[in-house]
Design a binder for this molecule. Structure first.
Ligand SMILES: Cc1ncc(COP(=O)(O)O)c(C=O)c1O
Length: 504
């Protein structure tokens, strides 16, 4: 695809507000304008044709030609049209969109960390290896596991790694198994990872309390079950109180327990998956520890395992040597690499910085505040948006807009969109699938009581509008750069070009 730079270029306007369309960089382009200046040297300029054979040159790619001033203005104006974790409360359930402290960014900006090539030999990168070994130790202490791989680049990559470990474990025992059990409330990545890992999914129904139905679980178990993938707290935000019985039943048929630890901020420093009977745990470091979730940035999904799975971990791993040095080693029955290098190293270093600054007590407070905030909000708005399950929740609460729908025709989606007009990001909607008109709020541990009260007042104003002017809620939001979109069409027919706004 080639682009034609407009010959005259458009003037970059003052801050764009409301519905005005931001010009693209190509529209701002003026031939010959540049955003960089090279140092003057006495090295003579050589035409490109003299350096490369003609057949390697091809057609020049048309790129926008803009000054640094135009570029920075363009990007800054676009950022002002977004909602971000730095801007305000972002209670998007299951995603842990919490504020991430900036000190961790400052630490990883150190050239000693960010300017090191991953292929540099261990003898020259002992400090980096020590960071990785220390992080692995901390994550094992937090989860109650024996060892971990830091390679997986995100939560879903961790899930696939965990399933490959599960298969390697069964295979090594000459025991090919076919199925993996997943509760019906599970995160969508779980069944996807099971399928990708070469297993069949068997869904286990939840009971009327939103927890795994033990009878349904026992009925689904058999000698062909490789394991169960579970989240605790589960995706309805509730703690699986019968976790010991679940673990025993799965272990009794020779299966393994996989813990989806994406939402570790609910339990960090309070209870450990290893103590609940789990064998494999993935963690989303980009949700719990100092790196924002979402936004397309890198993540990290380390996988920690119990002692019987250590030999299968991906390699190479940074390991401490008897002489006090650090080396890259590969476990004896390793499943191989799951990342081109050693994982997203700067996310790993941020996580260690966050863990060290908080210490054990601080991490426990993280979980306590996450759970307190979710329960406070659940109780505060119970009259307008009742909880789907009338019991204490963990770090997120699943509410339902069914009463508003029945009385005024106002759906969960309308409430979520209207919240944007109130200056808050929307909660997750229509997930988990087993709850009608689900609104899943995760206030996270970083929001203050004042912010939570402001959120509750905003929800009350929306509920009042449902009575007096439900139509206005169907059209919300009106104050944002983009109003209501056809979500299904937007997902299926993504238009990424600059004229998207003018397309029907
Ligand atoms: C419960 C759960 N599992 C798995 C994932 C997948 O993590 P990732 O988006 O890093 O792949 C998420 C994502 O937030 C999640 O909430």
């Amino acid at each position: 695809m080639t682009y034609e730079a407009s010959p005259g270029g458009r003037a970059a306007s003052a801050p764009l507000l409301g519905r005005e369309v931001e010009p693209t960089l190509f529209e701002l382009s003026v031939p010959g304008r540049t955003a960089y200046q090279l140092r003057t040297t006495d090295v003579p300029a050589v035409p490109l044709e003299d350096l490369l054979p003609a057949e390697h040159l091809g057609e020049p790619v048309a790129l926008p030609e803009v000054a640094e001033r135009d570029l920075v203005g363009h990007v800054t104006r676009l950022t002002h049209r977004q909602f971000s974790v730095d801007l305000g409360a972002y209670p998007l359930g299951s995603c842990t969109m919490k504020y991430n402290p900036k000190f961790a960014d400052e630490i990883v900006a150190d050239p000693g960390l960010c300017a090191v090539h991953p292929a540099a030999p261990a003898s020259m990168t002992q400090g980096w290896l020590e960071i990785l070994v220390t992080l692995e130790e901390r994550l094992c202490a937090i989860t109650g596991m024996a060892a971990a791989t830091l390679q997986p680049a995100a939560g879903a990559a961790g899930e696939l790694t965990g399933l490959l470990l599960m298969r390697a474990y069964h295979r090594a025992r000459g025991d090919e198994r076919r199925r993996v059990l997943i509760p019906d409330s599970a995160h969508g990545t779980n069944p996807a990872s099971v399928t990708l890992g070469g297993y069949e999914v068997t869904t286990v129904a939840s009971n009327e309390h939103g927890l795994v139905d033990l009878d349904a679980l026992r009925a689904a178990l058999g000698p062909d079950v490789a394991g169960i993938m579970l989240t605790n707290p589960n995706t309805v935000g509730l703690f699986e109180e019968e976790i010991r019985e679940i673990a025993e039943a799965v272990h009794d048929v020779g299966g393994l327990l996989y813990y989806d630890g994406a939402n570790l901020n609910a339990i960090v420093g309070v209870v450990r998956p290893g103590d609940m009977g789990f064998d494999i745990v993935h963690m989303n470091l980009h949700k719990t520890f100092a790196t924002p979730h979402g936004g397309g940035g890198p993540g990290a999904g380390p996988v920690a395992v119990s002692s019987r799975l250590v030999d299968f971990l991906p390699g190479p791993r940074a390991t401490a040597q008897p002489d006090g040095s650090f080396a890259w080693t590969t476990p004896s029955h390793s499943i191989g690499r799951v990342h081109g290098w050693h994982g997203n190293a700067l996310v790993l270093a941020r996580a260690l910085a966050y863990i060290e600054v908080h210490g054990a007590e601080g991490l426990t407070r993280v979980a306590q505040h996450a759970v307190l905030n979710a329960n406070w909000l659940r109780r505060r708005v119970a009259d307008i948006l009742p909880a789907a399950y009338a019991r204490p929740c963990m770090h997120e609460c699943v509410l339902t807009a069914t009463p508003l729908k029945r009385a005024y025709g106002v759906r969960g989606l309308d409430v979520a969109k209207a919240l944007l007009e109130e200056g808050f990001h929307s909660p997750t909607v229509y997930f988990p699938l087993i709850v009608d008109e689900a609104l899943m709020f995760e206030p996270t541990e970083t929001e203050s009581p004042q912010t939570l009260e402001a959120l509750a007042l905003a929800l009350e104003r929306i509920a009042a509008r449902a009575v007096t002017d439900p139509e206005s809620l169907h059209r919300a939001p009106q104050s944002t750069p983009v109003s209501r979109v056809d979500e299904a069409r937007a997902a299926r027919h993504l238009v990424t070009t600059e004229d998207a706004a003018s397309r029907p």
